[in-house]
Design a protein around this ligand. Structure first.
Ligand SMILES: O=P(O)(O)OC[C@H]1O[C@](O)(COP(=O)(O)O)[C@@H](O)[C@@H]1O
Ligand SMILES: [Mn+2]
Length: 645
């Protein structure tokens, strides 16, 4: 190794003992059991349901409580204790109201703290002390460590314990300590979180999900098609921008754009008021939480929805025309319309158009934006690129995210690997070069990162490519032939609405296909799995999320409320600990209050995907490999700096 790196490293490890200590520390970690990975996907702005799944670790918290206290606590007590770990602040308040006199309350405090300490100790058994310390509430580290590790046989442990806890209560610190311990437990039961795409769109609170992820102790993201749409908008793609606003309008979520990200929609509203009226095809889809929305507001959103949709359809045209590689000519729709007769001819068949709103279209040049439309989209783009909050979220998304991830032998990808009918990798030509499989995905990711680094370029190939990733046939995120948004707004005949899926979605049922894909990504086909999101698993119709003899696991069960009637459940999550993989199915999340009052936990049917024959150690994981490299460098340092004489 180059000695200048070793010299640099020697600044941190400035004596032999420090190097040796670190080597021993890292080697000890290698022999610990593998940490628990938690996989979630398709959150679609459903912050509250996501919070719940994070707080209960997909059932892992309750599992640990049951394992530890099976002989001591009744089922009801287990539920109550679990609720306390999920929502400590609220549960403590409830208990204070319930146990009015201080003696009963103090008894509850003492018992609760004792149980919590036991649970922390149990949940942290596979971590080093230093890692546990980092997970403890800062202000109580010393006290908790005393309670956790006091093993001196010459002291009367029980009375020492009791004294500390009494003192905590008399100093009025019990609430804070219990709360801190609850969050520590939440953190200890999951070592690492994977978000397999689609944080954004449809639901109300993607920004709060982003805030949560930014604070989370260890996370990576595989981008979903909806996520890159937001990245595209921020990176300068006007058509992506039009799409995100259109989807927000469609789901009555414009306050995400206006209030959360601070983007002024007034110019768009003015344009909308001028050219559009009521239109049943563009009324927002309301959710149950929209009860108090007025007719006036609905009308306003309906107008905005039309204005931005028409801008989107116009903006698509020049991109399709300047990018023959996208092979999307058949998606040039506005020039296939007979504006006098209000019909469109698609694949040789003429369909009447309904609910049209073409007031801003020049039939001779349907792709042309009106001056006003152009000004509106320019202003929106400026605002989006200067939203400080969006900038933070998008930077995090791009930094922590990737199109796919190889992690501990598994392949994590939101959508698909584009395939031909015969199972071979589908080719795409970009600027005269052919790409497929892993190469194609790496190329897509390269363009996305380039575009993100150059927000001032708005019409270049890299920026257009992000839109292609949203809607193109060869996109690993879309995975369908055509996105029929236009048809669904304006054509009654359902045959035009079909979005034909890539053969991948049939072929992934076969073990052989999955193994070939794993090989394409240099993963061991015998050990690895593919973990997918994106397509809601219709459990209601008997669809199995575990496919191809366990090689393929699809975890989109639909956190998205809009999709729950289709799936019949409220999402899947996956846990992968040192004993193997388990799939967890969730029931629809009602509310935090329901959990607190009734112990209603949306959990969860568990299905075993894989069981390890022996416990997996960190040594056999991604992290382990990195630690081995670090140990090797530290050994070099030891030799070079401290043992050379
Ligand atoms: O349900 P909506 O809002 O009409 O959206 C449908 C569109 O969303 C998509 O399904 C993409 O979103 P998903 O990634 O959530 O599937 C498109 O294929 C489709 O055109
Ligand atoms: Mn998706």
């Amino acid at each position: 190794m180059d000695t200048k790196y070793l010299d640099l490293l020697a600044e941190k490890y400035d004596c032999e003992e420090k190097v040796v200590t670190e080597i021993i520390n890292l080697e000890a970690i290698l022999n610990l059991p593998k940490g628990t990975e938690h996989f979630v996907s398709d959150l679609h702005g459903e912050y509250k349901a996501f919070q719940h799944v994070l707080r209960n670790g997909s059932g892992n918290v309750k599992e640990k409580i049951k394992d530890l206290f099976k002989d001591e606590l009744s089922k009801k007590e287990v539920d109550e204790f679990a609720t306390l770990v999920y929502y400590p602040e609220e549960k403590i308040l409830l208990m204070k109201n319930l146990l009015e006199d201080s003696e009963r309350l103090n008894h509850w405090y003492a018992k609760t703290i004792e149980c919590m300490i036991k649970l922390v100790s149990f949940a942290s058994s596979k971590y080093t002390r230093s890692k546990v310390r980092k997970a403890l509430p800062e202000q109580f580290v010393y006290i908790i460590e005393e309670l956790l590790y006091k093993t001196d046989e010459f002291t009367d442990k029980k009375s020492y314990y009791t004294k500390i806890i009494q003192r905590i209560m008399s100093l009025g610190q019990a609430d804070k300590l219990i709360t801190g311990l609850a969050y520590t437990i939440q953190r200890l039961v999951v070592d690492h979180l994977h978000v397999v795409g689609d944080i954004y769109d449809r639901g109300p609170d993607p920004a709060r999900i982003m805030n949560t992820l930014m604070k989370y102790h260890s996370v990576d993201i595989q981008w979903g098609n909806h996520d890159i749409l937001w990245v595209g908008a921020y990176a300068g793609s006007k058509v992506c921008l039009a799409n995100i606003i259109r989807i927000c309008a469609r789901y009555d979520n414009l306050d995400i754009i206006e209030d959360v990200y601070g983007i002024n929609l007034r110019p768009l509203l003015n344009l909308a008021e001028k050219y559009y009226g009521d239109n049943p095809a563009f009324r927002p889809r309301l959710s149950s939480s929209d009860k108090d929305i007025s007719e006036d507001e609905i009308l306003q959103i309906t107008k905005i929805h039309q204005a931005i949709s028409m801008i989107q359809f116009k903006l698509e045209m020049p991109i399709i025309q300047r990018r023959p590689d996208f092979e999307m000519d058949h998606r040039l729709l506005l020039n296939k319309i007979d504006y006098d007769h209000k019909t469109i001819t698609l694949h040789g068949k003429t369909y009447p158009l309904q609910n049209t709103c073409f007031a801003t279209i020049n039939p001779e040049h349907p792709e042309q934006l009106l001056k006003e439309e152009e000004q509106v989209i320019e202003k929106l783009l400026f605002a989006i690129q200067h939203s400080e909050k969006l900038s933070r979220h998008m930077n995090f998304l791009v930094r922590k995210g990737s199109l796919y991830l190889k992690y501990n032998g598994n392949l994590l990808i939101h959508g698909c690997i584009p395939l031909n009918e015969d199972g071979t990798m589908k080719n795409m030509t970009i600027e005269g070069k052919e790409y497929s499989g892993k190469n194609l995905l790496d190329t897509f990711e390269h363009y996305l990162r380039y575009s993100f680094a150059h927000p001032e370029e708005t019409d270049d190939l890299a920026t257009d490519m992000i839109w292609y990733l949203w809607t193109g046939e060869n996109s690993s995120l879309f995975g369908k032939k055509d996105m029929t948004t236009f048809e669904r707004y304006f054509i009654k005949e359902k045959e035009t609405h079909i979005e034909q899926k890539n053969p991948y979605y049939q072929l992934r049922e076969q073990e052989d296909t999955c193994k070939k894909i794993l090989e394409e990504f240099d993963l061991d086909p015998e050990q690895g799995h593919i973990i997918n999101g994106h397509t809601p698993v219709e459990e209601i119709n008997g669809e199995n999320p575990i496919k191809a003899n366990g090689k393929m696991i699809v975890i989109d069960g639909g956190f998205s409320k809009a999709y729950q009637p289709k799936t019949g459940i409220a999402g899947y999550t996956l846990l992968y600990n040192s004993y193997g993989m388990q799939l967890v199915a969730h029931k629809p999340f009602t509310s935090k209050e329901d959990v607190l009052q009734n112990g209603a936990d949306i959990l969860s049917v568990k299905r075993l995907v894989d069981r390890e024959l022996r416990r997996k150690k960190i040594l056999e994981t991604n992290v382990g490999r990195k630690l081995l490299e670090q140990i090797s460098v530290l050994n070099d340092l030891l030799e070079y700096k401290y043992m050379k004489y």
